[in-house]
Write a protein that binds this ligand. Structure first.
Ligand code: WQD
Length: 349
């Protein structure tokens, strides 16, 4: 699958562009021929990932604006300073557990930053908005795989709630704009892995909450033992099922979505796509695959279920496959090898 290069030079603003997903998306946009403006407040990322993006793309001239999207004046300024055709909004807090402890911090940050992006986009007019949503909006689904028409369920955390709320805010704003704004919501399943160059990847602060960084840190010796949360779920091996999607595949989906917007190919003013592989993998299967492909042991034990976890969720990605022409291509093994290469790079090995 090759990304079709964009016909006219277009500029994309990537908020949170130095983060895990943002940095990979920036690389793919540049490789597809877009001009990218990266903006970040460095609250949960490291400048080395910006350096990695420059190295991978061979481009020294990628604008980087250090700013907080909760500052409306700063958001207005970046929209005034650059000829922005589309904005991809990643800048948000994302730790589920922390959001339960600090809901106001999550609502204030994640809602204010997005409201500011929409305010500035609306004032400018003609801007396309891509929002990074999550499969978390489906809650514990009644049936799997989930399509875009699967009903959303009440979120189990303030973090998840901000995703649902931002989806609604975008939809309402696009509707009220009378065609001046267009929007796409991408609902990600479980993004994992790293760029094959091992120059950019995930940089969790403190103890990782997500499975794959916990696996790689255990394998490298930074953590003693991985706890597998629950082995009594009603699945084949008793552990939860998820749709783990390679970060580069996920990043490419953004290029397809932005191109669809800027080339006027949208069928509705606000569209939704599931971004997943359609392939359920259990926690145990993932751990075993990691050990096998990388030839390294991941000490693990079974632990009680984690509060708020759903038993099984994976995507029906047919709409994104057929309508956008995007498809996930990487195998779980390739992705887990890339995740391990990145962890070793971090460890200086
Ligand atoms: C995956 C599976 C755990 C850690 C979350 C957010 C979602 C999205 C991605 C991010 C589950 C199990 C995990 C560990 C384990 N947002 N696990 N031991 O919970 O599917 O999704 O991250 O910004 O919105 O909810 O992903 O990686 O945390 O967990 O056994 O140490 O791994 O129980 O079954 P999850 P995850």
């Amino acid at each position: 699958m090759t990304v079709i290069p964009v016909k006219m030079k277009k500029t994309v603003l990537v908020s949170g562009g130095v983060g895990f997903i943002g940095s990979h998306v920036t690389v793919e946009l540049i490789e597809a021929g877009y001009d990218v403006v990266v903006a970040d407040n460095f609250s949960n990322c490291d400048r080395t990932c910006y350096e990695g993006v420059k190295k991978i793309t061979g481009r020294e001239d990628i604008p980087l604006v250090e700013m907080d999207f909760c500052d409306l004046a700063a958001v207005r300024k970046i929209f005034a300073d650059y000829p922005i055709d589309a904005v991809i909004h990643f800048a948000a807090f994302k730790a589920v557990g922390e959001s339960v402890a600090k809901p106001l911090m999550y609502y204030r940050n994640n809602l204010t930053s997005f409201l500011n992006v929409l305010e500035a986009a609306q004032e400018k007019g003609g801007v396309n908005v891509l929002f990074s949503s999550s499969a978390t909006v489906y809650g514990e689904p009644d049936a799997v795989p989930v399509t875009e028409n699967t009903p959303r369920k009440p979120a189990t955390s303030p973090y998840g709630n901000t995703k649902t709320m931002c989806e609604d805010i975008l939809r309402d704003t696009v509707k009220a704009s009378g065609g001046a704004l267009k929007g796409i919501l991408l609902r990600y399943f479980n993004p994992i892995g790293a760029h094959p160059s091992a120059l950019i990847g995930e940089l969790p602060r403190g103890v990782p909450n997500n499975l794959v960084p916990y696996i790689t840190q255990t394998a490298v010796g930074k953590r003693e033992c991985l706890s597998i949360f629950g082995n009594d779920y009603p699945t084949e091996d008793g552990t939860c099922l998820r749709d783990y999607i390679d970060i580069v595949d996920l990043a490419k989906a953004h290029v397809f979505a932005v191109t669809r917007m800027v080339e006027g190919k949208m069928k509705q003013d606000c569209e939704v796509f599931n971004i997943g592989t359609g392939r359920p993998v259990s926690v145990l299967e993932l751990v075993n695959a990691f050990e096998k492909v990388n030839g390294v042991k991941v000490p693990h034990k079974f632990a009680p279920r984690r509060a708020g976890d759903v038993t099984a969720i994976w995507a029906d990605p047919t709409l994104a496959n057929e309508e956008m022409g995007w498809k996930a291509t990487r195998s779980v093994e390739e992705t887990l090898a890339a995740a391990w290469a990145w962890e070793k790079h971090l460890a200086g090995k």
